[in-house]
Design a protein around this ligand. Structure first.
Ligand SMILES: NC(=O)c1ccc[n+]([C@@H]2O[C@H](COP(=O)([O-])OP(=O)(O)OC[C@H]3O[C@@H](n4cnc5c(N)ncnc54)[C@H](OP(=O)(O)O)[C@@H]3O)[C@@H](O)[C@H]2O)c1
Length: 260
């Protein structure tokens, strides 16, 4: 049942998580992994039917809270519904996001703005809601899903890379401050993961992993309270090496990603 009223968590003892972008892909797989590990998981996205179907995957541990994260007021309202219904959050994972290829030939401000609005500001709206309550309690764990594409500017990902690089910078800025308030922060930087988002790509995706494998890696990193959860290691190595290279060498390599 979709939650518009107050709902009580079943056990009262389970750890409680909120995941956005949970109707498909990485967020969905992580919700299932957390629920199977005994967490009570509030799942958010716009597609209410998918969220209701997800409730049935681990009944009594997954709870649908549909919301569009680009609507700040709706995010604040949904956050209150979750805490009223399930209890104080132990963990919040902000995974909602999108990608669209762009470049010089089809540079488009409206598309750029909608990607930044969802990937960056959508995360910021969720962060504001969770951070305020966790700060008041002096505990909690927040995880932000960025991307290895936020580490280096790649042809075809101007808006996407900009939004993900901004998330990385934001997390670096907030980490010491959040720690001083007793709040853990994790930055999740996946390489290519096989999801509806990447299934539309028509280029080879090196070191592609399944959403289930990605979720298992993320879960281990979250349980260890690691700051940067980056995978697979081959992609992490390649992108960190690219970042350290002199610009001339980096562009010699990234130029190969240009397409007609
Ligand atoms: N797949 C990869 O290779 C990869 C690599 C690095 C990083 N990432 C990041 O991982 C995250 C998840 O990506 P994915 O690959 O799992 O993609 P996905 O399967 O397309 O999932 C995206 C999720 O975001 C939700 N979403 C989109 N717009 C929303 C909105 N306005 N409000 C609330 N939810 C919204 C979607 O649900 P609704 O449509 O129902 O709203 C869906 O649940 C994204 O942030 C992506 O950038 C993915």
């Amino acid at each position: 049942m979709v939650v518009e009223t107050t709902r009580r968590s079943s056990s009262g003892t389970a750890r409680i998580a909120w995941i956005t972008g949970a109707s498909s892909g990485i967020g969905r797989a992580l919700a299932v992994a957390l629920a199977q590990a005994g967490w009570e998981v509030a799942v958010s996205a716009r597609n209410r039917e998918e969220l209701l179907a997800l409730e049935d995957v681990v009944p009594s541990n997954i709870f649908a809270y549909p919301v569009d994260v680009t609507n700040a007021a709706a995010v604040a309202r949904t956050f209150r519904l979750i805490e009223d219904g399930l209890g104080p959050l132990d963990l919040a994972v902000f995974c909602a996001g999108t990608y669209a290829r762009d470049g010089v030939r089809d540079f488009d401000v409206a598309r750029f703005s909608s990607i930044v609005h969802l990937n960056l500001l959508g995360t910021v709206y969720c962060l504001e809601a969770a951070m305020a309550q966790m700060r008041a309690r002096g505990r909690g764990h927040i995880a932000v899903v960025s991307s290895t594409a936020g580490l280096v500017g790649l042809p075809g990902a101007a808006a996407y890379g900009a939004s993900k690089a901004a998330l990385i910078a934001m997390c670096e800025a907030l980490y010491p401050d959040l720690a001083a308030h007793g709040i853990d922060l994790s930055l999740i930087n996946p390489g290519f993961v096989d999801t509806p988002l990447t299934q539309k790509n028509d280029f080879p995706m090196p070191f592609l992993v399944t959403a289930e494998k990605a979720a298992a890696t993320i879960l281990r990193g979250l349980e260890a309270r690691r700051y940067e959860i980056i995978f697979p290691w081959q992609m992490a190595l390649a992108m960190k090496a690219l970042r350290l290279m002199p610009a001339r060498l980096r562009f010699a390599l990234t130029r190969r990603m240009l397409r007609d």
